[in-house]
Write a protein that binds this ligand. Sequence first.
Ligand code: UDP
Length: 238
Amino acid sequence: MNKKEQIYEGKGKKLFATDDAATLIAEFKDDLTAFNAQKKAQEKGKGALNAAISAKLFRLIELNGVSTHLIKRLDETNHLIKKTQIIPIEVVVRNIATGSLTKRLGIAEGVKLPFALVEFYYKNDNLGDPILNDEHAVLMKLASENELKTLKELARKINDILRPFFESIQLKLVDFKVEFGRDQSGRILLADEIGPDSCRFWDANSGEKLDKDRFRQDLGGVKAAYEEVLRRVEGALK
Ligand code: UDP
């Protein structure tokens, strides 16, 4: 599949056209951003680590019955994907309280939530990705009521697949963000990526953070943490 002109550049990936109008190539970048891109850095090899981790997780998710945009990983940093229209809603699933949930609502850091909490955020950098309820999303025509129901169901299903998987490799899946797109027939597919840039992973034994919080909080060892996540994921998913 030929990589043709670049059609989009986001914070973590570039999208390229291919010979097939229904297919794109997503190239994972080495850029690290946090706090709505106010904090930026580069980490050589990070794109390849995320591309490898995300490909493995998308395959696991697909095998467990959730359709994704991933066709295949082409090389270190490039994924061949189905073209979708991205729904501008970041769907966050939380198992343990931390981050913005503790700041906004005063829930104690590290508390295990009684059920997986699903939240919607409006994907809009100018507004700083504000939290949304269903009625906001429907009146802004970001998605239909039916689609919101599907997004919640798929997000919970993905959590039900990933949480025990990460538990089996001694990682607590604290929370994560997913994005979805509509294909040409309107079917909703898991899109974007899943990995240490968009999830929080805490080592089950030491509690060590093995995700982008190492960058957000200047803890150092970002690449080593991502490498450790890949090592464990690859160890479990040959
Ligand atoms: N997240 C993300 N992109 C965003 C915002 C959040 O991938 O633009 C992920 C983040 O890595 C975490 C989860 O969503 O796994 C919940 O993040 P939170 O709302 O606590 O925001 P933060 O504290 O990261 O600002």
